[in-house]
Design a protein around this ligand. Sequence first.
Ligand code: NDP
Ligand code: 2IT
Length: 446
Amino acid sequence: MKSVKEFMADVVRKNPGEVEFHQAVKEVAESVFPFLQKHPKYAKEKILERMVVPERVVIFRVPWIDDNQEIQINTGYRIEMSSAIGPYKGGLRFHPSVNLGILKFLAFEQVYKNSLTTLPLGGGKGGSDFDPKGKSDREVMKFCQSFMTELFRHIGENTDVPAGDIGVGSREIGFLFGQYKRLKNEFTGVLTGKGINWGGSLIRPEATGYGCVYFVQEMLKTRKQSIKGKVCTVSGSGNVAQYTVEKLLELGAKVVTLSDSNGYVYKEKGLTSDDLKFVFELKNVRRGRIKECVEKLKGFKYVEGKRPWEVPCDIAFPSATQNEIDASDAKTLVKNGCMCIGEGANMPTVPEAVKVFQKAKILYAPGKAANAGGVSTSGLEMSQNSIRTAWTREEVDEKLRQIKVNIHESCVKYGKQKDGYINYVDGANIAGFVKVADAMIDQGVV
Ligand code: NDP
Ligand code: 2IT
């Protein structure tokens, strides 16, 4: 059997320059290799070697005309990573930083995350380097229509079911769905995150943030602790951050920060539900900057160009983007008494920082376990679409909560060390791997 180093050398050679993809694969390989040594059937079947090659990648031109009648050109992508346990499933990201390597890292992580949810969901991801910031609603619509004019031939309710991610929320899903319906002349659950009047599920908007907090509750229980009274720092101020804060406030935590790509806001006394209401309107309706909290609300400070990890906290919720906690941030968090990290974002912590958390034996779980609530509820949306029904808020929330409890149990099963410390990274990676690997073996060399 190859070593992790030899395996990674191959991955790097075959996927040049895709640094985020290399990072995501290495993390999984480091967890899974010791497991493969004990279970040689997976190594013999070259399961991991197969998993790092997408089943299919689609890259396409997205031309559109802006409000000044100028032609704009973006690149569109869909990475169909694995359909071993269900149709490809995963979000679309619209952000200027989007490239093949970033989407491959996200699609790769999605395979393991979706496996953990216990639902029949394969893994995929897509998006574009389109920047929705500063664009009119009409421009966003034109872009979405052009994007779907190519994407529609590759997706379908039983083939590949996209959803939201950074820069793709209910507005974009609406425009994408409208164009899909027009091209295919059929009304199906081809996208999740749909509006509540046209096939969406209650709790889907809340699900990633709520689910992350539910997972943190499970982690805290292992140390006989609860959320109540905990000081929490949150980064980001988009979908995931907003509903993380909503659930934290409901459970009696004190949330002291939010951020965007320009800087962070800090309120020592803790955000109120009125502050959060302002943020919902600021970010989802007016699409403004988080800095405005200082001008319009009381008790806020703004720190330009920095992330909130220098603020002392009990629990940190990175909920903006990848690699937003580096080793020095991790050391500061630990030094200031942080005891738990809830990753709302995908891969927000660099590998060296993960090591810092694990060495300090604090509660640390990777995004693929902590933020799986969003895609789980997408899976529940697909089920409701298939049986043409709509569950109540309480029904969906309860199913979401149970899924998060199950994911936590899987992490403990595969990640508990001899000294009792739960290595959630190993737990999530191995549990996610086994289900997909067994399905691949059953289905032959495909
Ligand atoms: P949104 O677009 O709603 O919000 C993104 C937030 O993160 C914004 O505050 C944005 O600030 C900030 N941000 C984005 N890129 C950067 C960057 N490069 N540097 C600093 N800040 C940045 O996205 P979501 O809330 O949906 O997604 C946040 C994270 O959660 C992502 O990692 C995503 O992959 C992950 N996730 C999302 C799920 C979902 O269901 N939506 C499910 C699971 C994970 P600004 O406005 O300045 O760009
Ligand atoms: O990273 C993620 O899990 C998402 N962006 C949600 C994917 C989905 O299909 O709901």
